[in-house]
Design a protein around this ligand. Sequence first.
Ligand SMILES: *[C@@H]1O[C@H](CO)[C@@H](O)[C@H](O)[C@H]1NC(C)=O
Length: 288
Amino acid sequence: MFRILCSTTRQTTINFCSNNSALRVRNSSNVYNIVSRTQRNKPPVEVIKWVLLVIPVTSFGLGCWQMYRLRWKLELIDIMSAKANAAPVELPHDLSDLDGMEYVPVKVRGVFLHDKEFTIGPRALIEAEGPARPGSLMSDPKKNQGWLVITPFKLKETGQVILINRGWVPQTMKAKEQHSASFIKGEVELTGIVRLTEKRPPFMPKNNPEKGAWFTRDLDQMAATIGCEPVWLDARGIPDPPPGWPVPNQTRVTLRNEHMSYIVTWLSLSAFTSVMWHRYFIRKLPLL
Ligand SMILES: *[C@@H]1O[C@H](CO)[C@@H](O)[C@H](O)[C@H]1NC(C)=O
């Protein structure tokens, strides 16, 4: 856009002078007016003005796109909740069929292998029924800090071992001795919701099977460690549970739903940059 007409190896400074709209190059002694803005048919400020308009327009567009995504996500959550509340079906013979059955309740019979039990977390308690009262989680920090008790379960029919998320225990009951009163020796029949493997969310530490530290439901890693099938059921609970039985029904049917915060971010960025743009280019006021 600018052509520098002087060739010099000496130190050169370039001034952009907005008052007389000229670009000057000054070396040690001389001042050259190189390009006067008025000589150009496309003044650079005009170009910058329209280029900068892209920011508020694009962020507005992204905000609208997130609104559309939010609606889609809410519909998906409805579909999944309906699935999870349906009548339970038998566990398929081919366990790989479960891949297409996430959130479907299935019935299983077998025995718990409590000696191989482990915990995953920390997780907040998911409370049964009813919308959470605002602040209820805040007022009871105990419900925020807890663990899911995962017990391998040997199926009666096939002898295969799967994983059962028995439910939630508070921090004070994390250690095996603390919830050993809930161990069951004999055969049980129970219903659980099929859950598939989950990706490690950003910022979540990695699972450390050697230390028994589990943060995410990585079914292949668990199967390799425990020696079981990569199958996980969120138990619905059993009739007459022994004392200290973890709180069942710990199925989080909420997908990662952060669209609302994206909407707020994009639209406020759009609003802010629009105001700045209008102020600077239309009203010709200085920036802030
Ligand atoms: C768990 O959910 C099932 C089915 O939704 C329900 O029948 C059962 O009472 C629940 N158990 C607890 C302890 O909330």
